[in-house]
Design a protein around this ligand. Sequence first.
Ligand code: NAD
Length: 321
Amino acid sequence: MWIVPEKEIAGLMTPEAAFDAVQAVFAAMASGKASNFPVVREAIGHEDALYGFKGGFDRSARNLGLKAGGYWPNNQRRELINHQSTVFLFDADTGRVQAAVGGNLLTALRTAAASAVSIKYLARPDAKVLGIVGAGHQSTYQLRAALDQRPFEKVLAWNRTPERLKRLEAAAQEKGLPFKSVTLEQLCQQADVVVTITSSFSPMIAEGLIRPGTHLACMGTDTRGKQEVAPEIVAASTVFTDEVAQSTTIGEAQHAFGMGLLDAAAIVPIGDVINKEHPGRRSAEEITLFDGTGIGIQDLAVASAAVDLAVARGRAVEVEM
Ligand code: NAD
């Protein structure tokens, strides 16, 4: 089997390679060639950690496996990031383990790639102002990936603790774009694309704040109980997602769905838009909302791409099992 250590990933995977892998996996899912297994996520009663598995099988790419890991809130004290994960790939023909791949940076890249795919297919072509809500570990990856999808002219951002916005300001400046720390109201009034990437458990964006024509990528809600926007906003939007079953149970749509404001049948898999089975945005006034819940086969896709690159460049370690 191959081992691709976490420290090698930065030198191997680019945001562009992650985008291609994620776009392909969304398309494969929508055409019935790839599916996810039910997510396991448990509070382990130690270090306040949440640990679990996301797995699946992409028949078209022959990617079989799982990502194991979770959230350790006390890791910052140890100078480690809170999200820790490893991806395991298996040979779909024999069941033999093929690879173990560091999953931390890959998670950030694949999550950013998912919202970037949604911006590519759903944001208005003339979108000029990007709004980012949240300034944690994932936020700069989200910002950089979004900026590749439209000729944005300005970045606005909001975080509960505004002093943490400096990392986003630096990322916007890398691209020569003006950056402004604003209130949530100002952000929603001006942004054409809004990306939310927080750990909030109550809606930060209230009903009525999102303007017609906005594309909203809700990326933070990946667990039962989390919530970033008012359920009325979800109900008033055309909702797209990576996987409908996750969207209604652990995604942003879980609340609108649970309150009876949104029918599961109305939620569109983003792969349908990629495969041209659904038109995506239908008017300049429509609010489109991407519920990015994070799916196992997305992890397998980027891990498999990383293994190919690592083997080709002599950066993978081979061990006998
Ligand atoms: P982080 O811990 O580094 O940062 C958390 C962010 O959330 C900070 O900006 C913090 O200010 C904000 N926040 C926390 N509680 C809040 C509240 N009550 N109100 C407003 N803001 C609040 O986390 P991260 O690694 O940047 O991840 C952000 C979120 O994205 C997490 O919820 C994580 O589980 C989720 N995530 C989703 C996917 C996916 O595929 N959808 C993948 C990875 C992470």
